[in-house]
Design a protein. Structure first.
Length: 758
């Protein structure tokens, strides 16, 4: 495979190290893009061939799946595979391809109706829709997204550092430390064009789509196999964009790739035949008599593996027009209609299946669309482009900022013209910035108002819709400028201005009656704002729910980066470990009271806190297990992300059992390790029938698959019955002086009448 020279690679890495990348302070991976930051923005380019109309987004959780509800659309790529961003957001940058009628495309259109009919085109095959809906990713510092950068992020996802991932991918693609592959180059065209790497990327795209169960975990093995295939190709085969072998994993559940190479000449749409067919499409008008037409499409689809020719299927939405569409003898047939009805825009989608060189049908298809317009007798209003440009220039100057109220109006009375009538109705709709809305008022003066809830890159939209005196409608969209980040005062502490939720154990239930108090787990909330502390006014409801902070807990000030209260207690961020591994946007807090430090987890989302106090006894294992940092078995003050899992069961009628496990994947963790930080464990509840409503726990070191883990079991021998619906707490108290290293264990389990200990 063609590789960049050592000198060129050294220069590229030096530029990245010196801030030459688009985000030199980001530690999510290395690699530079081929495009320098454009004036006023950053250009991201996606390709195996250039991807047109692909959705670019931030994969916040790096799972390779676009969650449209929470992961923001950054923009759509153009015919050069490019999208321009005002600035690059943090996180993994990803690209989602769309296919006509695909599952992702359908969800995308529901979320972004202004993109109805949009599908991705691989410009290696410019006349047809892409066959697969796949996600490719890249480290944040890269300005390109390709199947090659996707390999790097997959290796990082599987536990490697950015440097280790790049080294592994470089080796898989035939590179060496002395002569590395440029993983972040634009290998399609230009000075970095590399036909071998281009062909490898094409094979990886097809193979990723064909192996959804195993590709992610065996990515470098697929890369090695693809590299071997390309190394054995002739120059002619490498340059043939229709030559796209597919690597199939015959044992997807196994640890190693068992490749079977499917030789395949890609099914394509012939651009010349399509152009001729488009020219033959009729011009139709409402109430006209249409005599029908036959359009030759015999060679529209071409597949070297199908010598007998390709016959596509047809999908049409012409219902109600009087016209039907069919395929007959290599022709697209539109039947006569007298008269033509139902004006509008219609689509004919032709889809054909790909076959490999052995004649076996593949899951891959190729699609192309023909658009037919039936013009209305009454022509709809049309946009006055000069007026639209004037209004867009005005809108582009708006100053939008997250958290700040906004109210601006535009006059759209001259935006449309209606040559055979008049515009009588106006309304605005489909604004894509959360917090902004357009009042439902029928008038030329349309108002955008509200308070944006978060920042957005330039490119969010809203629509203006009008109707004429015959009911015909027309619409156009406007692009909003950047919604800037909310102002944050320079001296604002990271904990200020937000409600935090955390778990606490204590006896008081807030009813003033101390006779029924005993130690159990509660959800508390706290908010620091403008020098005032608000906290939970605890009630029994807080055993299973997190309520908002309403009680006055005193005042505070910021001293040396800590929040210090009027009672000399303090709160400080503890960044020793990554709290986001416990829950999204969580923070570790070091709380100091009377000179003693205690570690707490502050949850940004109350559902994360509530999950830990709403464990159901009959829940599946994954719903009874939670991440927790545990100490290394051999090294002092070294921590690993482990797991705490619990169970409450009835082994035999009237014989109950409760326990909590602590384990580290692939590492020993014993009671000796646990007891070095915890002095006691208790299981508490209303109806245990014991003094203090509690029973103690004892630890036993267990072994499974030659790996030790610690189990704390609770003595429920005196309990003959647990009441269905009752909630029980599991509390582990740290030893003196250990609270600054380990947090108290706090969970609650509801007895549902049935237990699960799987």
């Amino acid at each position: 495979m063609k590789k960049v020279s050592l000198l060129a690679a050294s220069v590229a890495f030096a530029l990245v190290g010196c801030g030459g990348g688009s985000d030199s302070n980001n530690d999510n991976g290395n690699g530079g893009g081929t495009n320098p930051p454009a004036p006023g923005g950053v250009v991201i380019t996606g390709f195996d061939g250039y991807f047109k109309n692909a959705a670019v987004f931030v994969d916040q959780d790096n799972d390779g799946v676009w969650d449209m509800a929470s992961e923001q659309l950054l923009g759509m790529t153009n015919e050069k595979g490019q999208v321009t961003l005002t600035e690059k957001p943090s996180g993994i940058i990803a690209l989602q391809t769309l296919t006509p009628g695909g599952k992702i495309q359908s969800a995308f259109i529901n979320k972004y109706p202004q993109h109805a009919g949009t599908y991705t085109v691989d410009m290696d095959h410019a006349g047809q829709a892409m066959a697969h809906e796949v996600v490719f990713r890249a480290p944040n510092s890269s300005d390109v997204i390709s199947p090659i950068t996707d390999l790097v992020t997959l290796e990082m996802k599987n536990g490697k550092t950015a440097e280790e991932a790049e080294a592994a991918v470089n080796l898989a693609l035939g590179g060496t430390e002395e002569d590395p592959i440029d993983l972040y180059s634009d290998f399609v065209t230009g000075t970095d064009a590399n036909p071998e790497l281009h062909k490898t990327a094409q094979i990886l795209t097809e193979s990723k789509a064909a192996n959804p169960e195993s590709y992610d975990k065996k990515a470098t093995e697929f890369a090695k196999e693809a590299d071997t295939l390309v190394d054995n190709m002739t120059d002619e085969a490498i340059k043939d964009v229709n030559n796209k072998p597919v690597i199939e994993d015959t044992t997807p559940d196994a640890d190693n790739l068992a490749p079977e190479v499917i030789t395949n000449s890609k099914l394509i749409v012939d651009a010349t035949v399509k152009e001729a067919a488009v020219k033959a499409l009729p011009t139709l008008k409402e109430d006209d008599n249409f005599s029908g037409v036959e359009i030759v499409i015999a060679d529209l689809f071409v597949d070297a593996d199908q010598e007998a020719g390709v016959t596509p299927s047809l999908k049409s939405n012409l219902e109600g027009t009087g016209i039907t569409a069919s395929i007959n003898g290599g022709k697209l047939v539109l039947t006569p209609a007298n008269p033509v009805k139902k004006p509008g825009n219609y689509t004919l989608t032709l889809t054909a299946s790909d076959y490999d060189s052995k004649g076996d049908k593949l899951e891959t298809t190729a699609s192309t669309e023909f658009n037919i317009t039936i013009e209305a007798l009454n022509k709809a209003p049309v946009v006055v482009e000069a007026e639209k440009a004037k209004l867009q220039a005005e809108i582009s100057k708006w100053d939008l900022r997250a958290g700040e109220p906004f109210n601006r109006s535009i006059n759209v009375s001259a935006l449309f013209e209606d040559k055979d009538g008049s515009v009588v109705t106006y309304w605005g709709t489909e604004i894509t910035v959360d917090g902004l809305s357009i009042p439902d008022v029928d008038q030329p003066e349309q108002t955008i108002e509200g308070t944006p809830t978060k920042a957005y890159a330039a490119g969010e939209t809203f629509h203006i819709v009008v109707a004429d005196d015959q009911g015909a409608t027309a619409h156009t969209s406007f692009t909003l400028p950047e919604v800037k980040e909310a102002y944050v005062p320079e001296d604002k502490h990271p904990l200020e201005g937000k409600t935090w939720y955390y778990l606490e154990n204590g006896s008081s239930d807030g009813d003033g009656n101390h006779l029924n108090d005993y130690d159990r787990v509660w959800c508390e909330s706290i908010k620091f704002e403008n020098g005032q502390i608000l906290g939970t006014d605890r009630t029994l409801a807080n055993r299973t729910t997190c309520t908002e902070p309403t009680a006055n807990w005193g005042t505070y000030q910021i001293i040396d980066g800590k929040i210090v209260t009027n009672e000399d207690m303090s709160y400080a961020l503890d960044t020793t470990l990554d709290a986001s591994k416990i829950a999204a946007n969580a923070q570790f807090i070091m709380f100091n009271e009377e000179g003693m430090d205690y570690l707490y987890t502050y949850f940004s989302n109350k559902t994360d806190a509530e999950a830990r106090i709403n464990v159901q006894s009959n829940a599946i294992a994954d719903e009874r297990a939670f991440p927790m940092y545990l100490p290394d078995a051999n090294e002092d003050l070294v921590w690993h992300l482990g797991m705490a899992s619990m169970a409450l069961t009835e082994e035999n009628p009237g014989e109950f059992n409760a326990y909590i496990n602590f384990d580290l994947e692939g590492q020993n963790f014993s009671c000796e390790n646990l007891n070095s930080f915890y002095q006691s464990f208790m299981f508490t509840g209303d109806d245990l029938g014991m003094y203090g409503h509690q029973t103690g726990g004892s630890c036993q070191t267990q072994v499974e698959n030659d790996i030790q883990f610690a189990t704390v079991s609770f003595n429920l021998s005196s309990v003959s019955n647990l009441e269905k619906g009752k909630v029980y707490s599991i509390i582990g108290s740290t030893a003196d002086g250990k609270g600054k290293y380990m947090e108290n264990v706090r969970f609650s389990v509801e007895w549902t009448g049935k237990g699960d200990n799987e």
